[in-house]
Write a protein that binds this ligand. Structure first.
Ligand code: SAH
Ligand code: SF4
Length: 434
């Protein structure tokens, strides 16, 4: 989500005539797009800002912008902490960057953190990839997970109109993009805030409807979406995914904990039994699908047994990949105020054990690829080995492969190549093009 926001803001700057400096210490304008999901992400920005503040003392024309979730969380307090900042802007204001910079030009310090209707993204994002693009479909989050800062910094859910999403995808296809990942914090909530009810009383602007609506955009070969929420994930969605050939066989469904008591305290609104059922339904219809998720360990009060249940579910389900984190208390969240916080040693030990297991399980799961032929969407050259191309399977596995063609006939980014998989590692595959 943050990368997508960064790409849009970079696009706005480019349209204004800025170009990328070779280092952040040479730039006339520096914009940090910040993350506050955990404390260590937040702390990073202060050390970056310190360096820029020193530069500004000798270079008063330097413009210093703090965007993103730390900006939203801290607001005006940031100007007191780092008075050299020109603009503090929350994530809901990303698309308004140009207007806000115009205000800065009149000599004021500007703070844009009020709740705001997100203006439609009419700018051309400066996308890092020429092949795979992010497309926001819903901003914000209306959930209240007790550990999570996102609802307070990204605001209420705001869905984009299906026609605007399709229009953006058509534009991407014309530019040569092949893959689109639809983005939302809780993408299953897509359309809840849009009008539209069918005669049978069903909402007609669901994620499933959106997938059907955008599926046939010519030129886009692969469609992904994230993040799914087990509370709202539907069988109808799985059925559609299995019938829509461009929708890739990969689901990112965070489960956070394997213990029902902890899930309840987290305010997640589902049980681990429901989670198991979802995975079973996916595997019945799409046996080859990859499943990934997010997990938090050492949530306040989590016992050793409860932690072990998280480990057990990872083995049982056989996850392809998991984003792991130790619980970090966040401002304005209920769990941060609870007295039963766990000590740092437990956090570190559990996270280490978890990461080891995640790696072992991923390696085991990957063995299914050995000897297979996989369709790889080429993204470029392996930065660590110029003789190899790099891309992903439909299941989102990073894959490196060698060409069997002469160099000058090599594959171009955006090409789909059949690759015979010969080597597997925990988080990547390698092989030879057929
Ligand atoms: N909307 C998504 C993910 C949002 S944040 C969802 O609901 O799953 C991404 C991940 O960061 C979360 O899934 C969670 O695993 C992790 N996370 C969020 N808040 C955290 C906190 N306070 N401490 C540790 N990890 C956290
Ligand atoms: Fe945070 Fe929960 Fe919303 Fe995800 S669903 S962004 S974890 S509040």
């Amino acid at each position: 989500m943050n990368k997508a926001d960064s790409e849009r803001m970079a696009g706005i700057l480019e349209a204004m005539g800025y170009f990328q400096a070779s280092t952040e210490l040479e730039a006339d304008l520096v914009l940090y797009n910040t993350c506050t999901i955990r404390d260590n992400a937040e702390q990073k920005v202060y050390s970056y800002l310190g360096r820029q503040a020193r530069r500004k003392r000798t270079n008063p024309n330097l413009k210093l912008v703090l965007a993103g979730c730390v900006a939203q969380q801290e607001g005006e307090a940031l100007l007191r902490r780092v008075p050299e900042i020109d603009l503090v802007m929350g994530p809901q204001h990303a698309n308004r960057l140009e207007t806000l910079l115009t205000q800065v030009d009149t000599g004021q310090q500007v703070v844009a953190t009020n709740d705001s209707h997100i203006v439609e993204d009419i700018t051309t994002a400066r996308r890092a990839s020429k092949v795979c693009a992010w497309v926001n479909v819903i901003y914000g989050c209306n959930e209240r997970c007790t550990y999570c800062v996102v609802p307070s910094v990204r605001g209420k859910e705001q869905s984009r109109e299906p026609t605007s999403i399709k229009l953006e995808m058509e534009g991407l296809a014309i530019e040569g993009f092949k893959e689109v990942t639809l983005l939302g914090q809780n993408i299953d909530a897509y359309g809840r805030d849009l009008p539209g009810i069918t005669p049978s009383g069903r909402r007609e602007n669901t994620l499933t409807d959106l997938l059907n609506f955008i599926h046939d955009v010519k030129g886009i070969e692969r469609i992904r979406f994230a993040t799914s929420h087990p509370r709202y994930f539907t069988e109808r969605l799985i059925e559609s995914c299995s019938n829509l050939p461009k929708v890739c066989e990969h689901f990112h469904i965070p489960f956070q904990s394997g213990n029902n008591e902890i899930l309840k305290l987290m305010g997640r609104g589902y049980t681990i039994e429901r989670y198991r059922r979802i995975i079973k339904q996916i595997r019945e219809r799409m046996p080859y699908a990859a499943i990934s998720g997010d997990v938090i360990v050492a949530f306040p009060g989590e016992s050793e047994e409860q932690f072990n249940e998280t480990l057990a579910i990872i083995e049982e389900i056989g996850f392809d990949q998991i984003n792991t984190a130790a619980y970090s208390p966040r401002p304005n969240t209920p769990a941060a105020t609870w007295p039963n916080q766990l000590p740092e040693e437990i956090k570190v030990a559990r996270l280490k054990k978890l990461n080891q297991l995640v790696e072992n399980v991923a390696l085991k799961v990957n063995s299914k690829y050995k000897g297979n032929t996989e369709e790889i969407l080429v993204e470029g050259i392996n930065p660590k080995d110029k003789n190899q191309f790099m891309g992903r399977t439909r299941t989102n596995r990073l894959t490196f492969f060698e060409s069997t063609l002469a160099k000058e006939d090599s594959y171009k980014p955006g090409e789909l190549v059949q690759v015979n998989i010969t080597n597997i590692r925990a988080f990547s595959l390698s092989g030879k093009a057929i």
